[in-house]
Design a protein around this ligand. Sequence first.
Ligand code: NDP
Length: 330
Amino acid sequence: MTETFTAMVIDAVDGKPKGAFREISIADLPDNDVLVEIAYSTLNYKDGLAISGKGRIARRMPMIGGIDLSGTVIESRSPEWKAGDKVVLNGWGLSETEWGAFGRYQRVKPEWLIRLPDAFSMEQAMAIGTAGYTAALCVDALEKWGSIKPGEGEVLVTGAAGGVGSVAIALLAARGYNVTASTGRPETHDYLASLGASNFIDRAVLAEKGGPLQKERWTGGIDSVGSTTLVNALSQTMRGGAIAACGLAGGADLPGTVLPHILRAVTLIGVDSVIATREQRLSAWARLARDLDPAKLSDITTTEPMSNLPQLAEDIIAGKIRGRVVIDVR
Ligand code: NDP
């Protein structure tokens, strides 16, 4: 084990947060019970905001970025974990309030970890990452709500070519739902169709302000865009249907009315992956293990070295990333 390693650290530059590489000593890591040797992390939209400084993600600085990790336990003061265990961690405030995964080592709390599912390698688990695990939480939430039925009606997925959207399409299609993908990139239609989308809608159509009660179309939906897109999705949802909302790639505002909710009993389900319960996490990962075809996962994934993070951060904010990016921190 080396004593120091390179990490992507968010720190204040001229009063604003910005990511840069820095040498960190293992002795500097927080005094949490489990020391993990990290193999892979991922690039998420939130990482793009944190590293580029375009969003205030780190609530204290300096902060090691990276919200997801897969790796191997090398020391544990907790009876729950022992050296050699292969583990995954998603969220729990990493890169916000807790030091994160863009570096070779991290000390974490035992309750943040789950066992690496047998179905996945460490690289595949990070190909899924927070984006994919959030997509699974969204499908779980919609099925629990009960308005979507395999083979009946249409389920909308917005931000379709992004990380959450791509995995959501694959998971829904695997269970037999008819998926309509909303994307601003027509060149991704073949890719989205290969994941299981059967219909397409231009994202500009959903981004335009529309009436409060539009023609009913969706039995349910997964939205990672927010703003007018989410408002239109709700206004087009069938009586008793639900939209699971998890993102804000198009904006954090919600410029709509209560009419879909009070006149059509439409439900807006909020999905937060960061502080999800252990039960929700295990359920989402079980769905991923059951329904995500490893061949499809490999089609949506690229693996990049940690040194490319500054450029990748700009790219994901600019909406140029397709699918999922694994970060090799070794
Ligand atoms: P990506 O950048 O991979 O995907 C976002 C997609 O949204 C893009 O690919 C694009 O899809 C679409 N998009 C981007 N900009 C706009 C815009 N201005 N207007 C409309 N659509 C746009 O990000 P992720 O999939 O990783 O994350 C998506 C969102 O979900 C982010 O806001 C992220 O913060 C949030 N998130 C929330 C989580 C939670 O716990 N609640 C967990 C994970 C993510 P296309 O090119 O197909 O149009």
